[in-house]
Design a protein around this ligand. Structure first.
Ligand SMILES: *[C@@H]1O[C@H](CO)[C@@H](O)[C@H](O)[C@H]1NC(C)=O
Length: 387
């Protein structure tokens, strides 16, 4: 039994796994099969050289078809901050197994504070040499509850965190002027374009979100594509900016050529090289006031203090179902009726084209993990990439 589960886990993930911000408000929180997978990593696969219909909201493996549970939202306290857990697998966050496998780092392991690998940190797969070089990540928001209505023009970057992804617990600041979302909430997205080492891919993951404690009725303006503007602030796109769409077969919104100020090939990212300041993006409210303000969702600004949410409220309810989680993993090979179309293996292969991973490392890592945990719980470790 254990061996079979292990094999399933292995074949499902022969690496390619990178990082994503976990939260119960995310699409694909339970995986993409219709069962609950406490070890899912379906959202962490990077997007590279895909057509827009495939990369948009990670459609290539149907992440956008698996909304969060009713009532689960990423809450954005106006003027405050919110926290997510960046990890390579849900099993390595506080959101599975009571956080038993979570550490300060995204892969359940421990590393020195000044973790630095001159070639590239591949464990966890952070696409950087050290924290200073980490490219930066962002959340964007669209003021619609309907994920199919989200476009690059109404999805505006509202917060950026420089030098991420790095540690597991990561917080982002919310502009004080963020207006309330419509009745059913907003759609948010997370983006990351790594820089410097590894495959130059990108991330585009959907969330259900809502602004809490909103006092403003300002309106987020139409987002415009960011441009490369390192050391030339006047050239930067002003006002609300689109997410960065790069290195895909179509739907790209930025082009760069040549080298940056460090004499390295330009790599657009959520940092000052593309005109994104760190923290809340306070210049996005250029939209015309609609007059009729949307329904208010203020009042329950619970998580506004930011800090550590490592023991989230979902943890206890999850753990009581931990036993069925293993069964869910086992069933993962059979798509259920919940998935309208089975994941296409060609799309999946395309998505990871160019990433070469080492199966040997995966096996060694799994063997090590199994030894450590005595096989009590099927828990996968991420494999290091070979570039
Ligand atoms: C980070 O990595 C870069 C590139 O290898 C290196 O030049 C820099 O000194 C490193 N910084 C730290 C703080 O280790």
């Amino acid at each position: 039994m254990f061996v079979r589960l292990l094999t399933t886990a292995l074949s499902a993930t022969v690496a390619h796994a990178h990082l994503a911000p976990w939260h119960k408000g995310m699409y694909g929180f339970n995986g993409v099969t219709g069962s609950i997978n406490y070890n899912t990593d379906d959202v962490v696969h990077p997007l590279y050289q895909l057509t827009k219909d495939q990369w948009w909201f990670h459609h290539y493996n149907n992440v956008d078809q698996f909304p969060p549970a009713e009532g689960d939202f990423l809450e954005l306290p106006a003027g405050g901050s919110f926290t997510v857990e960046i990890a390579s697998n849900r099993g390595e966050t506080s959101l599975s197994f009571n956080g038993k496998y979570a550490t300060d780092w995204p892969d359940g392991q421990n590393y020195p504070e000044d973790y630095n690998v001159p070639t590239c940190i591949t464990s966890p797969n952070m696409h950087t040499q050290n924290q200073t070089r980490a490219a930066g990540t962002a959340f964007a928001i669209a003021y619609t509850s309907d994920i199919t209505k989200v476009t690059e023009d109404n999805l505006a970057v509202f917060t950026v965190r420089y030098h991420t992804p790095w540690k597991r617990i990561t917080s982002y600041d919310v502009p004080a002027d963020m207006p309330a979302c419509p009745e059913g909430g907003c759609i948010c997205a997370w983006g990351w374009v790594p820089n410097g080492c590894g495959q130059p891919n990108m991330y585009h993951l959907p969330y259900r979100c809502m602004v809490t404690g909103a006092k403003s009725t300002k309106v987020v303006g139409a987002a415009k594509a960011p441009v490369w503007c390192q050391n030339d602030p006047d050239a930067c796109t002003k006002g609300p900016k689109q997410m960065i769409y790069w290195n895909q077969l179509d739907g790209n919104n930025i082009e760069v050529e040549g080298v940056d100020a460090d004499n390295e090939f330009k790599s657009p990212a959520y940092n000052d090289k593309c005109g994104f300041p760190d923290g809340a993006q306070n210049d996005i409210f250029t939209g015309a006031s609609s007059g009729s303000s949307s329904s208010s969702s203020s009042g329950s600004s619970s998580s506004s203090s930011g800090s550590s949410n490592s023991k989230s409220s979902t943890t206890s309810s999850s753990s009581s179902k931990a036993d069925t989680g293993a069964a869910a993993v086992n069933k993962a090979k059979t798509p259920t009726s919940a998935s309208s179309s089975a994941p296409s293996s060609t799309a999946s292969a395309k998505a990871t084209a160019g990433t070469t991973c080492s199966p040997r490392k995966v096996r060694r890592a799994l063997a090590k993990r199994a030894a450590v945990h005595g096989g009590a719980v099927v828990h996968r470790r991420k494999a290091g990439h070979v570039f």
